[in-house]
Ligand binder design. Structure first.
Ligand code: SF4
Length: 213
């Protein structure tokens, strides 16, 4: 692969061509993908608080989950420096793998691992194209989808077992993912553990994003 020299000014036409390339790269892997302007992203402390109330299994147990993720205001400020992102929605099939409580604890992590890998692939492709600040966020906790709910090795010993794939979720940074997905016109449903029977849920998705800067 030809690695390009870093230039001080980025060519906007080339950037748009590359963004299309990242969309196609993601779409080859059972996803929908779209280029978005980052000003449509709502970053909101309430989203991050949902990791704490009601308390998620992974809260304070995974280095990529709250309270260890960056402060919402820091993230908001950083994202302002970046105009574009690729939003990626991995279609979970069957939807029961997310929606049926009897199997989701075992099966959801398989899909979350897939979206994390796709996010990491797009991020590294962008990095190698010269967008060296490219940064991906994924879905769920890496303690579940990579470390099989074992003790987080980073918190235990300072060494993450999967640094190339493990990423914080979008929610762990405060991104309102439901709102963002609805804004771009995709379907998304609030899948929770109670009240709604899984057979009534039309589809399930795992969402990731790669910021290109
Ligand atoms: S991949 Fe494993 S070791 Fe790395 S941060 Fe996640 S839980 Fe910790």
């Amino acid at each position: 692969m030809h690695i390009k020299k870093i230039n001080q000014c980025k060519d906007q036409n080339e950037l748009l061509i590359n963004l299309d390339k990242y969309v196609k790269m993601a779409e080859e892997q059972r996803t929908s993908a779209v280029i978005i302007n980052t000003n449509i992203i709502d970053i909101n402390e309430m989203v991050k608080l949902k990791c704490r109330i009601p308390r998620c299994f992974h809260f304070q147990s995974c280095a990529n989950c709250p309270p260890f993720t960056p402060d919402v205001e820091v993230f908001k400020k950083a994202i302002r420096k970046c105009n574009y992102a690729i939003l990626i929605k991995y279609n979970v099939e069957p939807a029961e793998d997310f929606a049926d409580r009897k199997i989701s604890l075992k099966n959801a992590k398989l899909h979350e691992r897939q979206i994390a890998k796709i996010v990491a692939e797009v991020e590294i492709a962008a990095f190698q194209d010269g967008y060296y600040l490219a940064m991906g966020l994924s879905c769920g906790s890496c303690r579940s989808y990579l470390c099989n709910d074992e003790i987080c090795q980073f918190l235990d010993s300072g060494r993450c077992k999967f640094p190339r794939v493990a990423r914080p979720s979008m929610e762990a940074m405060g991104i309102d993912v439901y709102k963002l997905v609805a804004t771009v016109g995709w379907d998304i449903y609030p899948i929770g553990p109670e009240k709604v029977h899984h057979s009534t849920i039309p589809s399930a998705s795992a969402v990731g994003i790669v910021f290109i800067a």
